[in-house]
Design a protein around this ligand. Structure first.
Ligand SMILES: [Zn+2]
Length: 446
């Protein structure tokens, strides 16, 4: 705009000067060796300008040619720096990435790819502030706005700033409302912030755009219902909590925390029989020690023999499972039925060479041989085997491998939704993924 105004002003000045010269042409006489030239001053000025332009034209052309060649050479070097920088990022070489990113940034001043690479190189060397600066400058142009938002959003999620992440997700949603990555991120941010109604809405959008299957949607809805149930416990009372927890259990029958909550609420409202049936169903699908503990606690001040009779019903729900055998052995030991206990424990405790022996079975074997008075050496042998046995099952995140003490809807370490699975650590290590790909690797169309 300023340049246009300046050009306009120059044109007006020239027009005024020409008009003034036309009004005041002046008179000029030149005599030289018998020649005589008569002309106006205006014409002389015009001719002088014309000859000046004619003489300088080759110089201007040469200057323009050199400039264009320099520009082309800079662009070509910039593209080469981009390629080498991308290779360095792929190889995880932070120093080279930074060197080539800086070079590409200098040569391709402000080009989107150069900015993206500079941001990625800054993230690689752990300079979050510099990366944020590059992402923010990408917000200025419509072509790179989404890419910049994506970088800032990933940073905000990593730093646990759910408020800012939510605002960035809303802004990005206006640009690309069907982006699968964005819908996934928005859902996780809403879950981390405990915004359950919004999370349900985002889930609906994911299902509409066919990003998740119907069973996936149902499971996620069930998990959200469980989260609402936990919240209702403090705010809306037991009846609402029970309704939501039941909905959760219906959608995800293997969700042990939901079964425990339903059973607890039923027992508290004086319905231990119905609570027992819920726990038996849960034991049939996913037997976990917590379910047995809750089952034992259903009837207070119970004699051991009465409890044993009751626990047989729980075991009968899933009789072949390791947890059922361990529970049976525990009952037999408590009742002094050593032969029965040994019969149940022997296949689990394994032989001396068996590294897959069950830890709790070995510990109970130690208890058993002590009870039978078989000598301290035998007890120590079983305790040693227990220390080498496979670890007990725990909750473990499939995404980051961390083991929180109890189940959560999102992993407390990495924030991944529904990533906590019950199992032994060894089994999890095989499936736990390594580090997540960087932004450059995720931003496909490079
Ligand atoms: Zn995790």
């Amino acid at each position: 705009m300023v340049r246009l105004l300046r050009l306009f002003a120059i044109l007006i000045a020239i027009a005024l000067a020409v008009a003034w010269l036309a009004d005041n042409p002046g008179h000029l006489t030149l005599e030289w060796r018998g020649y005589r030239i008569e002309s106006s001053f205006a014409l002389l000025l015009l001719s002088a300008n014309f000859f000046y332009a004619l003489l300088h034209a080759p110089l201007w052309a040469y200057g323009w040619w050199r400039g264009a060649r320099g520009q082309l050479a800079r662009q070509s070097s910039g593209l080469e720096a981009l390629t080498r920088g991308m290779t360095a990022i792929a190889a995880g070489n932070a120093r080279d990435a930074q060197r080539f990113a800086a070079r590409a940034g200098r040569l391709l001043n402000g080009k989107p790819l150069a900015l993206l690479m500079q941001a990625q190189a800054a993230e690689m060397r752990g300079d979050e502030a510099a990366a944020r600066g590059y992402f923010q400058s990408m917000l200025a142009t419509p072509e790179t706005e989404f890419l910049g938002l994506r970088g800032l959003l990933t940073q905000a999620v990593r730093q646990g700033d759910t408020d800012y992440a939510g605002r960035l997700a809303d802004r990005a949603m206006r640009l690309q409302p069907k982006s699968p990555w964005l819908i996934h991120q928005k859902f996780e941010i809403e879950c981390a912030a405990g915004a359950w109604p919004q999370a349900r809405e985002t889930l609906g959008r994911a299902a509409q755009t066919k990003q998740i299957t119907r069973p996936e949607r149902n499971r996620r809805l069930a998990l959200l219902a469980y989260a609402v149930a936990r919240e209702a416990l403090e705010k809306d009372g037991d009846a609402e909590a029970l309704a939501q927890a039941r909905a959760a259990l219906k959608g995800a029958p293997d969700l042990v925390p939901a079964a425990l909550l339903v059973a607890d609420l039923l027992a508290r409202s004086g319905k231990p029989d119905r609570a027992a049936r819920v726990l038996e169903k849960s034991w049939a699908v996913s037997p976990q020690p917590d379910v047995a503990v809750a089952y034992e606690a259903l009837v207070p001040n119970e004699t051991p023999s009465r409890m044993a009779v009751r626990l047989r019903k729980l075991i009968a729900a899933n009789p072949q499972h390791v947890e059922s055998r361990l529970l049976g052995a525990e009952m037999a030991l408590a009742a002094g039925e050593t032969a029965r206990a040994r019969e149940l424990l022997t296949p689990l405790a394994g032989s001396a060479e068996n590294i897959h022996a069950n830890r709790r079975a070995c510990l109970m074997m130690a208890q058993l041989v002590r009870a039978q008075g078989m000598g301290e050496q035998e007890v120590q042998r079983w305790l040693a085997r227990a220390s080498q046995a496979a670890p007990d099952p725990v909750w473990q995140c499939r995404a980051c491998g961390k083991q929180p003490p109890d189940w959560r809807i999102t992993c407390p370490s990495c924030g991944e939704f529904d990533s906590l699975a019950w199992g032994t650590r060894a089994a999890h290590f095989a499936t736990a993924s390594g580090s997540k790909p960087g932004l450059l690797a995720q931003a496909a169309p490079l």
